[in-house]
Write a protein that binds this ligand. Structure first.
Ligand SMILES: C[S@@+](CC[C@H](N)C(=O)[O-])C[C@H]1O[C@@H](n2cnc3c(N)ncnc32)[C@H](O)[C@@H]1O
Length: 187
């Protein structure tokens, strides 16, 4: 069972994450993706970023924890949501962009490779990916989940077979240089 399918875990996360959103990251994506583009968010959680993305894009939210999907759907009955694993990305649908904010750090090495391969398959020609990661090189167990801290080089090397890098930058979410984002275009 996904960790966040336990309502207590999900509600604790929502409380802990209050005050954080991906607005500054999405503003960077906005410079590269046209209004109305079809965007898939992987690991939407409570949907804080999905709300922001929805102002400009034709969005589809997804997560592997049904609790988050059901919770968001109650408040947004018309939302387009799918239960999706960020590795398998098992859908026939295609998108112009795939976005995630602090999701892919849950994937171990091989799973991350497979995710990038499957993301490429779910994108239209020249489709974009935009993902944020925790920055570092350790693997940590926290709250019953695994966190793979990554370097920019590691991630850009892994996506290179499927994507051409547009840009990657280190930024601060809670502390200096604790995070980075990557943006790349399908080859
Ligand atoms: C930090 S939260 C994302 C929060 C989101 N950016 C927002 O705006 O609220 C991480 C999310 O990734 C999801 N997740 C973790 N591993 C996943 C996987 N393999 N497939 C899909 N979702 C996953 C979790 O269920 C959780 O909702």
């Amino acid at each position: 069972m996904p960790f966040y399918d336990d309502p207590k875990n999900a509600e604790d996360y929502i409380e802990m994450a209050k005050g954080y959103d991906g607005a500054e990251l999405i503003a960077i994506l906005d410079e590269h993706l046209t209004e109305g583009a079809r965007v898939l968010e992987l690991g939407m959680g409570p949907g804080v970023d999905l709300d922001i993305l929805a102002k400009r894009y034709n969005v589809t939210g997804s997560d592997n924890a049904p609790y988050f999907l059901e919770r968001y759907k109650k408040a947004n009955p018309d939302a387009d949501l799918i239960e999706l694993d960020a590795v398998e990305i098992d859908t026939d649908r295609t998108f112009n962009g795939i976005y995630s904010n602090k999701v892919l750090h849950h994937l171990a090495d091989e799973a991350l490779d497979n995710s990038f391969k499957n993301q490429a398959a779910a994108l239209n020609p020249s489709g974009l990916i935009f993902h944020s990661f925790w920055h570092g090189n350790e693997v940590m167990e926290m709250h019953g989940m695994t966190f793979h801290y990554r370097s920019v080089k590691y991630v850009t090397d892994r996506l290179a077979p499927y994507f051409e890098l547009i840009d990657a930058q280190i930024y601060a979410e809670m502390e200096k240089d604790d995070s980075f984002w990557v943006m790349a275009k399908k080859r």
